[in-house]
Design a protein around this ligand. Structure first.
Ligand SMILES: Cc1cc2nc3c(=O)[nH]c(=O)nc-3n(C[C@H](O)[C@H](O)[C@H](O)COP(=O)(O)O)c2cc1C
Ligand code: SF4
Length: 476
C-alpha cells in the first residue's frame, strides 16, 4: 500500500490510529474506483471469496468486532443468528441514517471512501448468504447517495458486484434507498418499515428481530456503515490480529466525533479503550476554551446519559478486573467502562459542555429534539417526550416550580422500559441523568430558586432571550 499523506491542516493527531479513516482527508485521494484499486482495494474481497462463508463469520467473531451504530452488539454473533439452511432470501442493510445528534462519521466514509464500504458489504453479504443489499441513506445526504450510486456502478463494471463476482458463482446486487428524513428511520426495524415503503414505525421485538424476521419478513442483517467497513480490515489482517488492536472485549478502532466546548472539535479515530477521556479532550482536542473548565460530557450521542467532569467513578478498567476510583479524565474510552460509569459509548458522538453552559438550556434543547422525533406509536413516548419538553421550556424561561422537576423525573422513569423501541430510553436517559447530576442547578432555575438568588442583569437578559426563543419554537 502507498504511503499516505494528508491535506495540510487536516493531518490526524499523533494519538490517532487511522484504519477506517485512512483515506479521509488524504492528499490526492478521491472516491473513484481507480484510486481505490491503486491502493490495494478489493484484495480483501478476493481473499474472502476463497473462504467458506462460515469461515468469514468465524473470523469476524474472533476479531471481537462490536457494532458501531450505538448498542455495541458483537457483529459475528449477530450474523450467526441467520439460520443455516434457511429457505428465504437473506438481506443485508447498511444503516447510513446517521441521525444521532453529535454523530458525524458515516457521512465522511461514504463521501470520501465509498469503495471501502462496498468492499466490506460484499464480504458481509457473502458471509451471511445475502444476494441483495440496501444502503439506507438519510434524506439530508443527497451528495452521499449520488457518490455511493456512482461507486456501485463502478464496482459492478469491474466485476465486484453483480453476477459471478470475481469469477466465482457468487451474485450480489446493491441498491441505494433514500430516507425521507426522520431520526426514527435509524432504528433498525423503523428503517426496515421505511424501506418497505411504509411509515417508519418500529416493530415490536420479539418476534421482529431482523435476523429472524426482517425485510419482507425475511432474515435480515442491519449493520452500521463503520461496522461494515471494519469487516474488510478483519479479512485483510485476520480476526486474531485485528483483536490485538484496542482492548480485550473492546477491540479495533472507532471514530469519535467531538463537538461542543473544546479547542479542536472534529472526528478522531482511536484504538478502543487505549485512550482516556482526558487524553481525548485535552491532548487531541486541545483542552477547554480559554478561561473555561469542562463541566459535563455526553459520551455517546444525545441519547447517552450525561457524565459530570468533577465526579469520581468506581470501575474496573480493562484489562484490570478489580474496581478502583478513577477521575472523569481517567475513564478509558471503551464500551464496557463507559457502561460501568453509568453511560454508554453509543454512536461515538462526544458532546462537551463547559462551565458557561446552563443545564436547563442543554436539557431543553435535547428534549425539543426528542419531542419532535417521536414516531408517536406508543403513548409513554409520544405524550411523555412532549410533556418533558414543555416542562424544560418552562424551566428555561424561569417559570417552572420545584414540583415541576419531580414531575419531569417521574415522566422520564415512566417512559424508560415501557416502549416499543429504544427511543423511549433515548429520550428518558438524558432527563434522568441530568436531574441526578445537576438537580441543584436545575432547582436554582425554578421560580423558587430565582427568588432565593436573584439573577444579575446578564442572566436576566439571557432568560428573556431564551423565553422568546422557546415561545417562538412553540409556535405551530
Ligand atoms: C432511535 C434510534 C436511532 C438509531 N439511529 C441509528 C443510526 O442513525 N445509525 C445506526 O447505525 N444505528 C442507529 N440505531 C441503531 C440501530 O437500531 C441498529 O442497532 C444498528 O444499525 C445496528 O448496527 P451495528 O450492529 O453495526 O451497530 C438507532 C437506534 C435507535 C433506537
Ligand atoms: S418508543 Fe417512541 S419512537 Fe419508539 S415506537 Fe414508541 S413512540 Fe415510536
Amino acid at each position: 500500500m502507498a504511503k499516505v499523506t494528508y491535506i495540510k491542516g487536516k493531518e490526524p493527531h499523533k494519538l490517532e490510529k487511522r484504519l477506517i479513516f485512512r483515506n479521509v482527508d488524504r492528499k490526492g485521494w478521491d472516491p473513484s474506483i481507480s484510486k481505490y484499486l491503486s491502493d490495494g482495494g478489493y484484495k480483501a474481497l478476493r481473499k474472502a471469496l476463497r473462504k467458506k462463508p462460515a469461515e468469514i463469520t468465524d473470523e469476524v467473531k474472533r476479531s471481537g468486532l462490536r457494532g458501531r451504530g450505538g448498542a455495541g452488539f458483537p457483529t459475528g454473533v449477530k450474523w450467526g443468528f441467520i439460520q443455516p439452511g434457511n429457505k428465504k432470501p437473506v438481506y443485508l442493510i447498511c444503516n447510513c441514517d446517521e441521525s444521532e445528534p453529535g454523530t458525524f462519521k458515516d457521512r465522511y466514509i461514504v463521501h470520501q471512501d465509498p469503495h471501502q464500504l462496498i468492499e466490506g458489504m460484499v464480504i458481509s453479504c457473502f458471509a451471511v448468504g445475502a444476494e441483495i443489499a440496501y444502503i439506507y441513506i438519510r434524506e439530508e445526504f443527497p451528495e452521499a447517495a449520488r457518490i455511493v450510486e456512482n461507486a456501485i456502478k463502478e464496482a459492478t463494471k469491474e466485476g465486484f458486484l453483480g453476477k459471478n463476482i470475481c469469477g466465482t458463482k457468487f451474485n450480489c446486487e446493491f441498491y441505494v434507498h433514500r430516507g425521507a428524513g426522520a431520526y426514527i428511520c435509524g432504528e433498525e426495524t423503523g428503517l426496515i418499515e421505511s424501506l418497505e415503503g411504509k411509515r417508519p414505525y418500529p416493530r415490536i421485538k420479539p418476534p421482529y428481530f431482523p435476523a429472524a424476521m426482517g425485510l419482507y419478513m425475511c432474515p435480515t442483517i442491519v449493520n452500521n456503515v463503520e461496522t461494515l467497513c471494519h469487516v474488510k480490515h478483519i479479512i485483510e489482517m485476520g480476526g486474531e490480529k485485528y483483536a490485538d488492536i484496542g482492548m480485550p472485549r473492546n477491540t479495533g478502532t472507532r471514530i469519535l466525533c467531538v463537538s461542543g466546548d473544546v479547542q479542536k472539535p472534529g472526528y478522531y479515530e482511536v484504538e478502543v479503550g487505549k485512550m482516556t477521556m482526558g487524553e481525548l479532550l485535552n491532548d487531541v482536542c486541545g483542552g477547554p476554551l480559554k478561561g473555561r473548565k469542562f463541566k459535563a460530557v455526553i459520551p455517546g450521542g444525545s441519547s447517552a446519559k450525561i457524565l459530570r467532569c468533577s465526579d469520581t467513578y468506581n470501575v474496573a478498567c480493562p484489562p484490570e478486573t478489580e474496581k478502583r476510583d478513577i477521575s472523569f479524565e481517567e475513564i478509558p474510552l471503551d464500551f464496557d467502562t463507559m457502561a460501568a460509569c453509568g453511560s454508554m459509548a453509543g454512536s461515538g458522538g462526544v458532546i462537551v459542555m463547559d462551565d458557561s453552559r446552563r443545564m436547563s438550556w442543554v436539557l431543553n434543547n435535547i428534549n425539543e429534539f426528542y419531542a419532535h422525533e417521536s414516531c408517536g406509536q406508543c403513548t409513554p413516548c409520544r405524550e411523555g417526550s412532549t410533556w418533558m419538553k414543555k416542562i424544560t421550556a418552562r424551566l428555561v424561561a424561569g417559570e417552572a416550580s420545584p414540583d415541576d422537576l419531580d414531575t419531569l423525573e417521574s415522566v422520564a422513569y415512566q417512559i424508560d422500559g415501557r416502549t416499543i423501541c429504544a427511543f423511549g430510553e433515548a429520550c428518558a436517559w438524558p432527563v434522568e441523568s441530568m436531574i441526578e447530576k445537576f438537580r441543584d442547578e436545575l432547582l436554582a432555575e425554578t421560580v423558587e430558586g430565582n427568588a432565593h438568588s436573584p439573577r444579575n442583569a446578564e442572566q436576566e437578559a439571557q432568560r428573556r432571550y431564551l423565553k422568546d426563543a422557546v415561545a417562538y419554537a412553540d409556535k405551530p
